[in-house]
Design a protein around this ligand. Structure first.
Ligand SMILES: Nc1ncnc2c1ncn2[C@@H]1O[C@H](COP(=O)(O)OP(=O)(O)OP(=O)(O)O)[C@@H](O)[C@H]1O
Ligand SMILES: [Mg+2]
Length: 246
């Protein structure tokens, strides 16, 4: 992990078949190794924001550079360097893969077409499994695990990739309180090692005790872009989220 930068200059993102942009004139710059929390109400555009960074959605106006690469013309190269833990993902109960297989899938994009995993790949998988503390699950079929266990496996899969940037979409949603604390420590360690972490979350009780960069989205705009201590994040997000509870 060497850490990656994110530079968005006035980007607009629209879903295919729609002429209404979801993200509207979003600009921000995130430095290597920052720990960023993205908050805001349902439907505000948080997932769209992550998928725009990852080059998964067309940017209709403006420019997005990630790890110094233009996302529109270098989407594949960007995704090799960016891990993405998606929202509310659940494996098919009959999926024919063990946990180890699923974590190894994090290496496939780096391997090149038709290449078999080597010692480096196995080592990266071992390290990710160890970091998430899921050694006891390694040979279990992925589809038979609980939602929280699957969530840990998905995080391990993305870490096995040794990403420069890790995007996470509500990674705490399936996790009990102790596991949230544990994952928060893991993510802090990753950011301390230089990986940029951008996490969408509604759970602010398990944030790292370091300065947090907060981005709040509202109706496709950034309504707040600032830094604050972890214990102020919830209040800041609440007061900038609009709606009747603001
Ligand atoms: N595949 C899609 N096609 C068309 N519109 C979409 C698609 N996915 C999301 N949208 C729309 O884009 C807007 C932003 O959605 P997004 O999923 O980014 O919100 P969010 O902030 O992540 O919400 P939540 O907190 O519920 O996950 C919403 O109005 C949504 O209806
Ligand atoms: Mg979302």
């Amino acid at each position: 992990m060497v850490g990656g930068t994110i530079d968005l200059a006035g980007i607009y993102t629209a879903y295919e078949g729609s002429d209404r942009p979801v993200l509207k004139n979003v600009s921000t710059s995130i430095a290597s190794g920052e720990f960023v929390v993205v908050g805001g109400p349902n439907g505000a555009g948080k997932t769209t924001f992550l998928e725009s960074i990852n080059g998964m959605l067309p940017i209709t106006h403006g420019q997005a550079r990630v790890c110094g690469l233009d996302v529109t013309s270098h989407g594949y190269a960007v995704r090799r360097r960016v891990g993405y833990v998606i929202q509310n993902f659940a494996f098919d109960p009959l999926a024919p893969f063990t946990v180890r297989h699923v974590v190894m899938m994090g290496r496939y994009g780096l391997l090149g077409y038709g290449k078999q995993p080597g010692e480096d790949d196995r080592q990266a998988v071992d390290e990710a499994i160890h970091l998430l503390g899921i050694e006891d699950l390694e040979e279990r079929p992925i589809g038979k695990l609980s939602g929280g266990q699957q969530q840990k496996v998905l995080i391990a899969q993305n870490l096995a990739k040794n990403p420069d940037i890790l995007l996470l979409d509500e990674p705490f949603s399936n996790l009990d309180l102790c596991t949230r604390d544990f994952i928060s420590e893991v993510l802090t360690g990753i950011a301390d090692a230089g990986c940029t972490v951008v996490m969408v979350s509604h759970a602010f009780d398990a944030l790292p005790t370091r300065e947090i960069r907060i981005l709040v989205m509202n109706d496709g705009h950034l309504s707040l872009d600032t830094c604050c201590p972890a214990d102020e994040v919830e209040e800041r997000v609440r007061t900038h989220s609009g709606g009747p509870h603001a």
